[in-house]
Design a protein around this ligand. Structure first.
Ligand code: NDP
Ligand code: 8X3
Length: 283
């Protein structure tokens, strides 16, 4: 009789275990779910980050100017990873559009945990004496002012909740200056400085602020820099294996998995074949 009772209690425990386990797993997974805002997620590093974070179960807000791409990417990510994706179509250079999109978010999207400031570009390569003013303005407005506009819109929510992680995509160009890189290098040096400044400004609220500074990554970056000249763009990556955008996504994701007390301040990542901005072991 006693044995029978133990047996039946064990089997009911087994039933409730089987019943509750998936529920428990669901609750744990949801409590660890973050809302990750990635700017410039329509290609390259931003897109790779979107895939990485979605693949790890996080909900995403993805932004960019090419709305057709945003819609396709969001559909695919929701289908592949059962996460929620919100697309926001704006130009980071337009502070009105940035504010409108990011300060009027639906309640369920308003608590952004991780901001990846990735949208950016280089346009042209020339000396300052021969430089195109319009190219300079595009770089300065996107890489510096755009990053600031987005951060200004998102950061108050993080500091209020005393929780958040800002990851700025800098560059080796923010660590060194190379020939014909002048203005692009200046914008990435600004990202380097702003990363340090934002960390100082939010240290009391416990906000994590990280810069990831990559060397050569094969994306649409050089096609944009050389204004659509695909041959010139592809020639940049010939003779060595460049980084893949997924490599940057891997380290960005890793930075977000450290415990609350640990932060990566600055991470420089280059292809193994690259020793500095200008020294490459090309075959
Ligand atoms: P891509 O050209 O592939 O991606 C750039 C992304 O930025 C696109 O999604 C683009 O979206 C977005 N973007 C550009 N301008 C704007 C704008 N005005 N408003 C909104 N979104 C914008 O290049 P990468 O992935 O390589 O570049 C991502 C970041 O990485 C940049 O900050 C770049 O400086 C940095 N970086 C790149 C390296 C490389 O070697 N590739 C190395 C080091 C750093 P859309 O056109 O749809 O608006
Ligand atoms: C992109 C890498 O070396 O072209 O930031 O500046 S580099």
């Amino acid at each position: 009789m006693f044995l029978f009772r133990i047996k039946s209690e064990l089997s009911s425990l087994k039933v409730s275990f089987i019943f509750f386990l998936p529920l428990l797993a669901f609750l744990i997974k949801n409590s660890m779910k973050n809302i990750v805002l990635i700017t410039g997620a329509t290609s390259g590093i931003g897109l790779a980050c979107a895939k990485k974070f979605a693949g790890n179960g996080h909900d995403l807000i993805i932004t960019g100017r090419r709305n057709d791409r945003l819609n396709k990417i969001s559909e695919q990510l929701e289908q592949d990873h059962s996460v929620k994706v919100l697309t926001l179509n704006f130009d980071v250079r337009d502070n009105g559009a940035v504010k409108n999109a990011l300060t009027n978010l639906p309640e369920e999207w308003s608590k952004i945990d991780i901001l990846i400031n990735n949208a950016g570009l280089a346009v042209g390569m020339s000396t300052v004496q021969n430089g195109e003013i319009d190219d300079w303005e595009r770089m300065i407005d996107t890489n510096i002012k755009g990053l600031l506009y987005v951060t200004r819109a998102v950061l108050p929510g993080m500091t209020e909740r005393r929780k958040g992680h800002v990851i700025n995509i800098g560059s080796v160009a923010g660590k060194e200056v190379y020939p014909f890189g002048n203005v692009y290098c200046a914008t990435k040096h600004a990202v380097d400085a702003l990363t340090k400044g934002i960390r100082i400004d939010t240290v009391k609220q416990g906000i994590k602020v990280t810069q990831i500074a990559p060397g050569a990554v094969e994306t649409e970056f050089s096609v944009v820099r050389f204004k659509g000249d695909e041959n010139r763009a592809h020639s940049i990556y010939k003779g060595f294996e460049p980084l893949h955008p997924e490599d940057i996504a891997t380290v960005a994701y890793f930075a977000t998995t450290l415990p609350a007390h640990a932060n990566i301040n600055d991470l420089v990542i280059m292809p193994t074949a690259q020793a500095s901005a200008t020294i490459l072991n090309k075959e």
